[in-house]
Design a protein around this ligand. Structure first.
Ligand code: SF4
Ligand code: ZN
Ligand code: ZN
Length: 334
């Protein structure tokens, strides 16, 4: 059997980039992912020198790869990186990935902050799901998890005085989110998708430096660089998210480049969505004080339905917010 060769350097190929009609060796794939990452930062002006960037790290391949790329980038650009991990409390799944997130932060010598559902809402996601079943709310685990995690990430990043909140959404994640919002006809959420989003007061601007890199390439990149990552599927995964992912993967298998085309088309339409989404006044949630467009934020509405309540402040130790010569360590918010 003849050996497949890298289109660029002739070494043994490890990856067939079907959408571009090229084969890549290990070195060219690593270089290409790093180039795409740098290009996204430069093109969308995602990070400026001197900024404090909080990176959401679950311990999975995408967030670990994003963390390593951002730390390397920021070492040259005089930025500060703080890793943050939200512990939703999913037994047998999140506990393992937390360990990996912590090990990566230690390896990179950066501050690592952990915020847990249990301490903030008085219940793990496991407990929330059990209560939701008992109360027959009909709300999926992913809705509780997604709404509460996003809200906590923003609150934590704001309290840590971050200039940017980086998440590791890759091309597949972004295209899935686009399709999901089409299916749900959610124009305002659709409008918020993009490489960078600077929302209203109270929200930390979010950036997605891996947004144009396919999931498979991020996974192979993490593998080739020998990064320590957690590989497992959440026990609650499923539902419409999985159906959309399978649909997109089938589409891509039969019509290569489909995911990129969906993203490109969306990026062309996105500026036009601004006028189509209703303007709303930014309020403070009556319960937790977080910014919201309604009197009570979505997170508190979900918690109220289960008889739970959220803390107003996460109360981080002050060292996280100040210049310190101490060795970085993992900090819990209590
Ligand atoms: S699959 Fe759902 S429940 Fe599991 S981590 Fe993702 S959003 Fe949370
Ligand atoms: Zn090569
Ligand atoms: Zn609230």
């Amino acid at each position: 059997m003849s050996l497949l060769r890298c289109t660029f350097c002739g070494r043994r190929a490890v990856y067939n980039r079907r959408y571009a009609g090229t084969l890549l060796c290990d070195r060219c794939l690593v270089k290409s992912v790093e180039r795409q990452f740098r290009r996204a930062i430069a093109k969308h002006k995602l990070i400026s020198p001197g900024e404090r960037v909080v990176v959401a790290v679950s311990g999975g391949k995408d967030s670990v790869a994003a963390l390593h790329l951002l730390v390397e980038h920021c070492r040259h650009k005089n930025c500060e990186i703080v890793a943050i991990t939200i512990d939703e409390g999913i037994r047998g799944y999140r506990d393992r990935s937390l360990r990996i997130a912590r090990e990566n932060a230690k390896l990179l010598d950066i501050e690592h902050v952990m915020v847990s559902f249990r301490k903030t809402f008085g219940a793990t996601l496991n407990k929330i799901v059990r209560r939701a079943k008992r109360k027959k709310t009909g709300i999926s685990p992913c809705t509780y998890c997604g709404v509460l995690r996003r809200s906590l990430l923003n609150q934590a990043a704001r309290e840590l005085e971050a200039d940017k909140l980086a998440t590791a959404h890759n091309l597949d994640d972004e295209v899935q989110a686009i399709m999901l919002n089409y299916v749900r006809a959610d124009l305002s959420r659709l409008h918020r998708l993009g490489p960078a989003y600077s929302p209203k007061e109270g929200f930390v601007p979010r950036i997605k430096p891996l947004r144009e890199i396919p999931e498979k390439e991020v996974a192979i990149y993490a593998l080739l660089r020998g990064l320590k990552v957690h590989i497992a599927v959440c026990p609650y995964a499923g539902g419409i998210h999985s159906e959309i992912r399978d649909f997109l993967n089938n589409l891509e298998a039969n019509h290569s480049n489909s995911k990129f085309m969906i993203l490109r088309m969306f990026d062309r339409l996105r500026p036009k969505l601004a006028g189509a989404t209703p303007e709303f006044e930014m309020l403070r949630c009556e319960i937790c004080g977080e910014p919201t467009s309604t009197n009570v934020c979505k997170g508190c509405q979900l918690l109220q339905g289960l008889g739970l309540k959220r803390w107003e402040k996460l109360l981080f130790p002050t060292e996280v917010r100040t210049e310190s010569n101490e060795k970085p360590r993992t900090l819990y918010h209590d």
